[in-house]
Ligand binder design. Structure first.
Ligand SMILES: [Zn+2]
Ligand SMILES: [Zn+2]
Length: 335
């Protein structure tokens, strides 16, 4: 029996605001939500990855829209599942569409790279990632880069900027942590918020290391920045949060608490792992996530290394661990 072709459609999630979940290869994260604000400044918030261009055009047609009807694309952050189709949409439209993103994610959206490859290589080497995994990580990152097309950003956003979104007025809130240029969009008149990947209900968003183009070890503490961003949103007490994946969040306090609990659990686990023995980040990862070795999920290995290191940065600041360089890798031990 032939498999029925999946159809994609927008549904109204708030008066005059529509969402459509677009396909994603990552089952854990689930489909990526894009939001359409029709009106005087018809806006698409996030685009899905490059494979989502066709489903998106089908979903728009269901509402009687074409890419030509879009005035603006706003990107919540520089991950391919959110910006990947932006370039194709602008190319397929017969009139210019403004593409807006935060200053700090502009580089990755325009070039596909946050930092030079050499910096990533030096970072994973310092983390003790063996050569085979480093090689496979490079291959994986090349595959992932194909899921997004580089797209020029012609409106650079900053915290506090205002945006017209269909019939609504929105305010840009800089919420770094998941990426350095992650933004949330607050509609003050409605007190609802669009969070990108900063807040998700079904999964704790990764506060990925913010690699520095000039040096192999990141200076910024992404965990600290992430929780400062969570606090910033909690202060607004939005009635509903519309995330980049999964269902709308109605109980933000519960989600915030879940994040804090999981942060503390992970800190404790890492500290316990390096009590009495010196380990590289890769060795810590293997102890904490033993399944990763079996599954050979190279991207997951990078995400796990990134997460563990971001926790170690906080533990080091709190003087709970010390690190030393041994040959070309860093070793960590509890104080
Ligand atoms: Zn993301
Ligand atoms: Zn995402």
């Amino acid at each position: 029996m032939a498999r029925a072709k999946k159809t994609y459609a927008f549904k109204e999630v708030y008066p005059g605001i529509f969402t459509c979940p677009l396909p994603m290869p990552d089952k854990k994260l689930g489909p990526v939500n894009v939001y359409l604000f029709p009106g005087p400044c018809t806006t698409l918030l996030d685009t899905g990855n490059v494979w989502g261009t066709k489903p998106l055009s089908q979903a728009l047609a269901g509402l009687g829209f074409r890419f030509d009807d879009l005035d603006q694309i706003v990107l919540s952050h520089g991950h391919f599942d959110h910006y990947g189709a932006a370039y194709h949409i602008t190319r397929l439209a017969s009139k210019p569409i403004r593409v807006a993103a935060h200053r700090e994610d502009r580089r990755v959206i325009e070039t596909g790279r946050e930092v030079p490859d050499a910096v990533i290589l030096e970072f994973v080497t310092l983390m003790g990632v063996p050569y085979f995994y480093r090689y496979m990580l490079r291959v994986t990152s090349k595959v992932l880069q194909r899921m997004g097309s580089n797209c020029p950003v012609n409106q650079v956003l900053e915290d506090g900027d205002t945006l017209s979104l269909g019939h609504y007025q929105g305010r840009v809130i800089s919420t770094p942590g998941h990426t350095r240029g992650s933004i949330s969009i607050h509609l003050p008149g409605e007190n609802i918020l669009f969070s990108g990947d900063h807040l998700l209900e079904h999964i704790s968003p990764n506060a990925l290391v913010m690699l520095d183009p000039e040096q192999p070890l990141p200076r910024r503490l992404s965990q600290e920045e992430f929780f400062a961003s969570v606090h910033k949103i909690e202060e607004l007490q939005p009635r509903v949060v519309f995330p980049g994946h999964g269902l709308p969040i109605h109980d933000l306090a519960a989600v915030g608490q879940k994040y804090r609990n999981s942060f503390l659990r992970r800190q404790k686990r890492i500290l316990g792992t390096v009590a009495g023995e010196e380990l590289t980040v890769f060795e810590i990862v293997r102890k904490i996530f033993p399944r990763l070795n079996r599954l050979y999920l190279f991207l997951d290995i990078y995400l796990a290394v990134s997460e563990v290191y971001s926790h170690l940065q906080v533990l080091e600041k709190e003087q709970k661990i010390i690190k030393r360089l041994h040959r070309d890798r860093l070793l960590f031990r509890a104080v």
